[in-house]
Design a protein. Sequence first.
Length: 391
Amino acid sequence: MTEFLVKQFVKNYQNTEDTQVRTSYGILSSCVGIVCNVLLFAAKLAIGMLMNSLAIMADAFNNLSDAASSIISFVGVKMAGKPADKEHPFGHGRIEYIAALIVAFLVIEVGITCLQSSFEKLFHPEAIAFDWISFGILLLSVGVKLWMSLFNRKLGKRIDSKVMLATAADSAGDVIVTSATLASILICYFTSVNIDAFTGLAVSVLVIWSGISIARDTLEPLIGQRPDPELYRQIQEMVESYDGIVGTHDLIIHNYGPNRSMASIHAEVPRETDIEVSHEIIDRVEREVARKLNIFLVIHMDPVEIHDEKVLAVKAKLNGVIRALDPDLTFHDFRVVNGQEQINLIFDLVIPFSYSQDEADKVVHQVKSLMKEVDGRYQCVITVDKNYLEG
């Protein structure tokens, strides 16, 4: 069913990197959610009024609120798909994260409401009346919500959509709540043991935790999370694969929504190579990364010495000193500036995030002192740097 709907309503559905295709997926997911929840609302409300059942009517309005969640998803996906403009030069992709965050709060709200009802029933137990029609309606609701959860989860994973995954979790929460209600009804019917309140408490905690997890996962890209190590590796390997580039460092990736990223990286080029030749290589790399990885990459050129044996010998000594202090320490942008009375060793020292400021200051002092012991003329000019991929 899922694949049938995708093929019918999403043009070029296999090209999930395309913004318009992602928007079509989001619209399909939202429309399916609105239709299913409105149909459930209408069916439950009608039967609830015919049977004069407040429980069924209350569940009907819960489905109506779920339709509102789908509308939020619809609006979020449509707005996130808007192209870049003067006020938002990097597009509107992060709106999708905001929509997912709103859905996460709705999930938490459902959990809190269920928790309050469970506490009331714990101190004021109510008899559970068994009715086959009500039971059948709830069972049908579980089936529809389970399909909706699987549907949104599959599409959400396919296009890496936070809001779809949040909607899937919302539907899964409804499945858990309704299933627990059904189990309580059956247990009470066959054993006369009323566990409705205890079941509700357990389910409430699960739903609230699910909402908190969605919110946490959604907030991370908004705050600025650690880049995907695989994407980090892909960019580095692609840049370093070109002749004329001998190394890279300081790769930083900025996320502006799903499939909307830009990055900057320092590429080391031989200092004796003509600058126009290096510039042509850099331009070609930027175009290729944009085409293959759909990332706007900006490359800064760093000229490095690869032939001068004296400079390479000093660099090797520095590497030995740094590695002896801590194998996790690295350096880059190494230059040697010779003077009459002193030799400046200029470089960036990459220090792990686990280091405190005092530890960073201490290791900088140690490097300077140890290089002084190697040669009294060495004066280290150190810029402290961080590794943005460190876990």
